[in-house]
Design a binder for this molecule. Structure first.
Ligand SMILES: [Zn+2]
Length: 451
């Protein structure tokens, strides 16, 4: 069976992930992501109304025109988890393919919300829910299957999809951390990865996220970030002024920890900002997380301001606002607080807790610097980096290679500089550049089996 892999997006950048696997006549697409920084660099770009080709020209979504060189029928579009760099282009590209979108329940719900906010295209692809641990047939040959393996990442309900073919399995390894004690959801299913590495024809190819390949050792578990957060929150238990926290809105496990520790130190947590309301509301509605029944979540400007006024009247010491703005995004809640645009007034000594790290990119670094400086000018004291990454460090990569023993390796989710540490690591494990280690660009097709 002929096997080809098209590296479409996310092979020259972090963002706009998209990869296609052809097994015989059947094609499966993994991810259709957005490169948000390419959108944000322009003022007031409203992607909802934009045409795909303009977004492709901006570098914001994958250039999927290479798909016309792939002979076969697209049978499924498979986003691996709900981060925007994996699902953010679905509303712009999926309608071009006569195929269902297959994903886990939380991811499907986020895809659905994104399709609903799309204003340019009618996206009518079927939305099919599939749980981690399940396998379905792809196409009519009876020879190709799609399996979801549970992984742990900084968003709930993440999986690594696997395409099983007579030539071996193709494992799409974006994005994960090896977490055996996650705060929400099940541990990573390493047992299944080891089985896949040994059964049938083994693993033909492994497409891997290189984000942290240059970092030594092991990425800590989310339970480590939780303990760190607890330590910080307990240390400010006696403070009776304002404490404000921020984290990734889609990081439901972290939001849950913040909510619980707020209560532990006698404060009422409240979620503020559009995306805080969106992600936590969705996770709670779908039963992924138990949040207090009286937990306030407000996204609209008016209800946020009303809540801030109530907090100022009743006393800042009774509340913990959990807000958007961990990267200093200009329109996010914390940045607005820094600029003094909300009714919440910071006083000398008030605490601002960043349960996040700055995404190392000049735009983020600059915006975060501005936001922090504005907060400091009002007297705020900053707690930073209470966080663990959602991506594998080098030891995790070694463990995955040992479990899967893939014949071919395809580094992804980085640019050429970002691939280098992974290529080094792979070379150390006996892979050879150009032979079985395939460093690729956007728009390439790699032929693995040709007959
Ligand atoms: Zn991710």
């Amino acid at each position: 069976m002929e096997i080809e892999i098209a590296t479409i997006g996310g092979y020259e950048e972090v963002g706009r992930q998209m990869t296609a696997v052809r097994a015989g006549d059947d094609v499966v697409i993994f991810d259709m992501g957005l490169n948000l920084s390419k959108v944000l660099i322009h003022d007031n770009v409203e992607t909802e109304r934009m045409h795909s080709l303009d977004l492709i020209d901006m570098g914001a979504i994958p250039d999927d025109r290479v798909m016309s060189d792939i002979e076969g029928d697209v049978q499924a579009i498979v986003p691996t988890h709900g981060h925007l760099d994996h699902i953010g282009a679905i509303s712009k590209l999926a309608h071009r393919y006569n195929a269902p979108i297959v994903a886990t329940p939380f991811t499907i719900e986020l895809v659905k919300q994104q399709i609903q906010s799309e204003e340019k295209f009618g996206v009518n692809n079927d939305l099919v829910k599939m749980e981690a641990g399940e396998t379905i047939d792809i196409g009519d040959s009876g020879n190709v299957q799609l399996e979801f393996v549970n992984v742990t990442h900084s968003i709930i309900d993440a999986i690594n999809p696997v395409v099983h073919t007579p030539e071996g399995a193709i494992v799409y390894g974006l994005d994960k951390r090896m977490d055996h004690t996650p705060v929400l959801g099940d541990p990573i299913d390493m047992k299944r990865f080891r089985e896949i590495g040994r059964e049938g024809a083994g693993v033909l190819a492994y497409i891997e996220d290189c984000t942290n390949a240059g970092k030594k050792g092991r990425t800590p578990s989310e339970s480590v970030a939780r303990r760190h957060l607890q330590d910080v929150m307990t240390s400010v238990e006696d403070y009776d002024g304002g404490i404000v926290a921020t984290t990734f809105s889609s990081h439901i496990a972290r939001v849950k920890s913040l909510v619980e520790f707020a209560q532990d130190i006698g404060r009422q947590p409240v979620l503020l900002g559009r995306s805080m309301e969106k992600y936590s509301g969705t996770a709670e509605r779908l039963g992924f997380v138990d949040l207090p029944s009286d937990l306030g979540m407000y996204g609209h400007r008016k209800s946020v301001d009303r809540t801030f006024k109530r907090i100022m009247n009743e006393g800042k010491g009774d509340y913990l606002p959990i807000v958007t703005g961990h990267q200093g995004e200009p329109r996010a809640m914390l940045t607005r607080m820094g600029r003094g645009e909300t009714p919440y007034e910071l006083d000398e000594g008030d605490k601002v807790i960043f349960s996040a790290r700055v995404i190392p990119e000049p735009t983020n670094e600059g915006q975060r610097y501005q936001s922090e400086t504005l907060l400091r000018m009002q007297g705020a004291r900053i707690y930073d980096d209470i966080h663990v990454s959602g991506h594998l460090n080098s030891e995790g990569h070694y463990t995955m290679l040992k479990a899967l023993q893939p014949k071919h390796l395809i580094p992804a989710h980085q640019d050429m500089k970002g691939f280098a540490p992974y290529a080094d690591l792979a070379a150390h494990e006996g892979y050879d550049l150009g032979r079985d280690l395939h460093v690729s660009n956007n728009g390439n097709i790699i032929t693995l089996v040709d007959e």
